[in-house]
Design a protein around this ligand. Sequence first.
Ligand SMILES: NC(=O)c1ccc[n+]([C@@H]2O[C@H](COP(=O)([O-])OP(=O)(O)OC[C@H]3O[C@@H](n4cnc5c(N)ncnc54)[C@H](OP(=O)(O)O)[C@@H]3O)[C@@H](O)[C@H]2O)c1
Length: 306
Amino acid sequence: MKQIQIANTDIKSSQIILGCMRMNEAGKNPVDVIQTAYDQGINFFDHADIYGGGACETIFAQALKETNISRSDIYLQSKVGIRPGIAFDFSKAHLIQAVEGCLKRLETDYLDTLLLHRPDTLVEPEEVAEAFSELEKTGKVRAFGVSNQNPSQIELLKTAVKQPLNINQLQFGLKHTGMIDAGLNVNMENQAGLVRDGGILDYSRIHEITIQAWSPFQYGFFDGIFLGDTDKFPELNAKLNELAEQYHVTPSGVAVAFINRHPANIQTVIGTMTPSRIIEATEAADILLSREEWYALYQAAGNILP
Ligand SMILES: NC(=O)c1ccc[n+]([C@@H]2O[C@H](COP(=O)([O-])OP(=O)(O)OC[C@H]3O[C@@H](n4cnc5c(N)ncnc54)[C@H](OP(=O)(O)O)[C@@H]3O)[C@@H](O)[C@H]2O)c1
């Protein structure tokens, strides 16, 4: 699988990441899930302190022991800054305490990357800077990034934070293409032309920030999966099926290839806890869709080009 170099780090990650948000779901086999992902070339695993109220990190650490994978074979990322019952908290005390919790549950001495999960409007960049410096100095976190942030929020953090911020995890997939739509409809009066993210796609390319696309198969905000939903998305599924047949892969593989094809070197964070679906998503990772195929998929998803 294609490797993505995270700028300013020695991290070379698989383009596909396994997201562990659903690892506490009943009836799943985390050992099989982790081993299958690794055998398919995935070496990067995404967590957050709030997934399953912490249970997902605990389950992951337990399961990892039953695989043939060592801690040093993989990259572990977690996210902090959301506090259920309070909202968001980027204070120094909370960030440090939250990371301590991640390390304990993941049974590791360090996180390869730490992301701030969702913007905290009460953020004081100096507090984040102090937290990051302490976490770096004590060897608890190797590299830092953000999630769901726009360019000016990143610039605000950079007024105090010394460490490079080279990852931004954002929702992106065939049915969630806002950061592309606006760029294709510059100065138009239609809805697609609205810039909702401050131009994060181009900003990320200019500043060598790796975008990690979360929920690649969802439409809306966890409204459901577009794959196979021929009632709501007949044209999109027809196109996915056609290309899947042509490339001898599955529609989910084509949906991943759509993201991976973008020259911004976007990573795709898949969240399935079904080993066969991990194989389906990864087997098409390196297919290079033609421009014609890519734009046909984009339009089949309901987007109109000017
Ligand atoms: N930064 C953020 O704010 C944020 C927010 C949300 C998520 N995330 C990250 O993104 C990761 C992925 O999110 P996600 O789980 O919503 O993404 P997803 O990969 O789009 O969706 C996975 C879900 O779709 C189901 N599914 C149904 N049919 C499928 C098929 N053919 N192929 C694959 N999956 C199918 C899976 O069920 P089965 O498990 O039963 O296969 C699973 O429940 C999370 O684990 C988390 O790491 C980050």
